[in-house]
Design a protein around this ligand. Structure first.
Ligand code: ZN
Length: 292
């Protein structure tokens, strides 16, 4: 199979990635919003073909499904299906090797990079399916409000705040009743999902679009109430993501009322590289670590 590199566009019109208005591809500066290189050096069209989110949700879906299969295959005898609601669960040993986070990986094993890798692992088939469905549902809204570059950065940042909050609560807040404790081990993309919900809350608030604010708030309340009835839900992880997603939009760089800029795409690329390194580092390091 032949692989063709995308052709660089040198003539004609493109959509400015910042203000979404039409500009000539060879313009150095957007005549509408002043953004330098509005046509991304002629690569704006091939990038757009990957989707409005520049292919991010495809990357997350392929990554999460691939790693889920890898965690199953790595320890096949350890795979469990305890009930219809917990199907094909990889063993906790396998998840630990591939990079689950929580107070034990962070504070006992010193695997600090798992704050990112854990978001790409899932505890069973439903967990994987639900989180990917959430991401497919929420990411177009966040892309519309913040732009693709900020979508990726918000996702990566809130994965971090989610992992940190639940791990720190588990490590340092020992007087909590069992049900409210933080996670000693945690996996799943839902910290990032709640990060997107937090970002949407703020977007609705700052842009005056009350409908989006109410929709995001309803989803947050429903999920927190539902999880009160389901065991094994990492509420602190969800809260950490939600707070991170809400707060990051208050910074001048992530304010949804400001258009997306070139440096947002740079930060997003850095965030993707960081997450990829954490995913690779986990099994490489894990295979040389004695985990009981
Ligand atoms: Zn523009």
């Amino acid at each position: 199979m032949k692989f063709k590199l995308p052709q660089r566009q040198t003539t004609g019109a493109v959509v400015c990635f910042s203000c979404q208005k039409i500009v000539a591809v060879d313009q150095d500066k957007c005549c509408h919003c002043g953004q330098p290189h509005p046509g991304l050096w002629g690569y704006s069209r091939p990038i757009r073909r990957l989707g409005a989110d520049f292919g991010f949700i495809k990357i997350v879906s392929v990554g999460c499904i691939g790693l889920y299969i890898a965690t199953l295959l790595f320890d096949l005898p350890g795979v469990r299906s305890e009930s219809a609601f917990k199907l094909l669960a990889p063993s906790s040993y396998s998840l630990a090797i591939f990079g689950s986070t929580g107070s034990i990986p962070l504070f006992v094993w010193g695997r600090w990079w798992t704050v990112f890798s854990a978001a790409w692992l899932h505890g069973d088939l439903w967990h994987l399916g639900f989180n990917l469905a959430w991401l497919h549902y929420l990411s177009p809204m966040v892309t519309a409000g913040y732009g693709a570059g900020r979508l990726v950065s918000i996702y990566a940042f809130t994965t971090l705040t989610s992992s940190l909050l639940t791990s720190c609560v588990a490590q340092y807040w020992l007087t909590l009743p069992a049900f409210f404790q933080g996670a000693r081990f945690s996996v799943g993309a839902s910290g990032g999902v709640f990060g997107l919900l937090g970002a949407l809350l703020l977007y609705g608030q700052l842009s005056g679009r009350q409908q989006i604010f109410r929709q995001a708030l309803t989803l947050v309340v429903i999920t927190f109430v539902l999880s009160a009835f389901v065991g094994n839900v990492d509420n602190w992880g969800h809260l950490g993501g939600l707070i991170g997603g809400y707060l990051i939009g208050w910074t001048p760089w992530f304010n949804p009322n400001q258009p997306q800029r070139l440096y947002h795409l740079g930060i997003a690329t850095g965030a993707l590289v960081l997450m990829a390194i954490s995913i690779i580092a986990s099994p490489l390091h894990g295979l040389f670590l004695q985990i009981d």
